[in-house]
Design a protein around this ligand. Structure first.
Ligand code: FAD
Length: 486
């Protein structure tokens, strides 16, 4: 008897539009010395006990998590400090993560930054990169990729529970309501979430640290140390298991000895070329292998592909990923030289950022689109709802329904994007290409993955392998049970 298929539960995660910073909240930031006084905060960050120097000296990539971003004063000062240490042989990269429940708008940001003329140069870069007010993750690359700013716009509790960013240093405020009127404060439950993100040996700096916060942090493995106007904490849990190598929610994170930054990338379509470009930019050596005699010859070989948001009425992980990826791609393609009809691999990507109008397939879908537009209140540069008449006027022809106008969307030539990515990756002189080579199997040999051809010879070997071979990835690692569908 055939088993009836079990229906998968459908979990609807309702979309929650952002609530922007009010003038009252911005006034609170202006009055808070840690959000507004560069001299005071710089002095605090310069204290060895604060932990910033420690992580910039010891880590190749230092990760700082800031839960009270405001207008980014701590970010700008940390960036300044990072630039100094980098020149002296300290950390090569800074990853700064901030959860922002109530983002300010560009005008508020510029007005707040105007108070800090000494930080004008970097503040202007932050203003230029400031994301659209859309919930979720926005990744901003600064200082030619040396500084990554991950801004997570959304509710503090929800986003902190989702965060996966092993951290060297936290910035906290003992009174979080100054940044989010709904914040619940640093109780033991919230502090446990921080401990789960912390590398063993991580630091936390609590502005205006009070006894209650120190107590809650201590319960979760942090040791407290009093500084003028702040509290410095050090994550040294008594329950470290030295042999632990996989972080579970209750096992403190222990750093592993670094392995060589060398990876195999199998597949030279959009996925593989993008992985190769990003990793070479971060100092990785890459062996890129493809069965075809050049990049982008399978699914990525189409002459034209549309890029546009895929709007969803819920806030599922897929909806968040798709939105974040679209916004990231637009910024990154700009950084690659932009999109234009005359672009070549030496200067950009062939295509047109001409805008896309997505009409409803029928009246039912158009109504559903319109409801979503009202619910989300999207920023107009991202998605603007046009009624039937407006859509017809834009196109200069009659249309059956209204639709979404995506101003920044368009089309591009995927092979041209792949060639541009490899051109940029080549400039790093860490890319080795193996075209016309089919990987028949992947073999784990000691600390290395070997890509083996059907004749039995090893095409290349490295400690890390990235499968960018589309649905064929399943055949390369059948035992892994990869959740791929073709
Ligand atoms: C007709 C069509 C229209 C599309 N339109 C759009 C669109 O408008 N907008 C959009 O965003 N997306 C569109 N897509 C989807 C998009 O093209 C794909 O999602 C994307 O190209 C996938 O890229 P990839 O790198 O994952 O796969 P691929 O481009 O297929 O790259 C995989 C590579 O792996 C190599 N490979 C596989 N197995 C091995 C092996 N064992 N050894 C060595 N090499 C191997 C292959 O040779 C191939 O080059 C479209 C797709 C199709 C087919």
């Amino acid at each position: 008897m055939a088993h009836p298929r079990r229906a998968r539960p459908i979990i609807f995660m309702p979309a929650k539009p952002l609530t922007a910073a009010t003038d009252e909240l911005v006034a609170l930031w202006r009055s808070d010395p840690f959000a507004s006084n560069p001299e005071l905060l710089a002095e605090l960050l310069d204290c060895p006990e604060a932990g910033l120097q420690d992580c910039l000296r010891q880590q190749q990539c230092a990760t700082v998590v800031d839960l009270h971003f405001g207008a980014g004063l701590a970010f700008l000062l940390t960036w300044q400090c990072f630039a100094r240490w980098r020149e002296q042989g300290g950390a090569e990269r800074l990853h700064y993560v901030a959860i922002v429940p109530h983002p300010c708008d560009p005008a508020q940001l510029a007005a707040l930054h105007a108070q800090w003329p000494q930080l004008e140069h970097t503040a202007r870069q932050l203003q230029a990169a400031w994301p659209l007010p859309l919930p979720g993750t926005h990744r901003v690359m600064l200082a030619d990729g040396a500084v990554t700013l991950t801004l997570v716009l959304g509710e503090m509790d929800e986003e902190l529970a989702r965060l996966d960013a092993p951290t060297d240093l936290f910035y906290l405020h003992a009174d979080p309501t100054r940044f989010d009127p709904l914040a619940s404060g640093w109780n033991p439950y919230q502090c446990k979430r921080l401990a789960r993100q912390a590398w063993t040996g991580a630091h936390a700096l609590v502005y205006q640290g009070d006894q209650a916060t120190a107590q809650a942090m201590r319960q979760n493995g942090f040791e407290a140390h009093r500084l003028p106007q702040a509290m410095a904490l050090h994550y040294a849990p008594a329950w470290v298991r030295p042999a632990a190598h996989v972080a579970t929610s209750n096992t403190p994170l222990l750093r592993q000895p670094p392995h060589a930054r060398h990876a195999l990338v199998i597949g030279a379509g959009l996925a593989g070329c993008a992985a190769a470009e990003r990793l070479t930019a971060r100092g990785w050596r890459i062996d890129l292998i493809d069965a075809c005699d050049g990049p982008a010859q399978r699914a990525s070989g189409n002459h034209g592909g549309l890029f546009m948001p895929a709007l969803a009425r819920d806030e599922s992980p897929l909806a968040r990923l798709s939105r974040a990826a679209y916004l990231y791609a637009l910024n990154h393609w700009q950084w690659l030289g932009g999109i234009g009809l005359d672009r070549t691999e030496a200067d950009g990507v062939a295509g047109e950022q001409c805008g896309v109008l997505q009409l409803g397939r029928d009246a039912k879908q158009a109504t559903s689109f319109e409801l979503a537009a009202a619910q989300w209140n999207y920023p107009p540069h991202y998605a603007r709802w046009l009624g039937q008449d407006q859509a017809a006027a834009l196109l200069g022809m009659p249309v059956a329904t209204g639709g979404y106008l995506f101003e920044r969307a368009g089309w591009l030539n995927p092979p041209s994007l792949c060639r541009r990515l490899l051109f940029v990756a080549h400039a790093q002189a860490r890319l080795h290409q193996h075209f016309g080579r089919t990987v028949a199997s992947l073999v784990r040999n000691g600390q290395q993955w070997q890509a083996v051809a059907s004749e039995g010879d090893v095409i290349a070997a490295a400690p890390v392998v990235i499968l960018a071979a589309g649905a064929q990835a399943k055949a390369l690692l059948p035992a892994a049970g990869l959740p791929l569908q073709a």
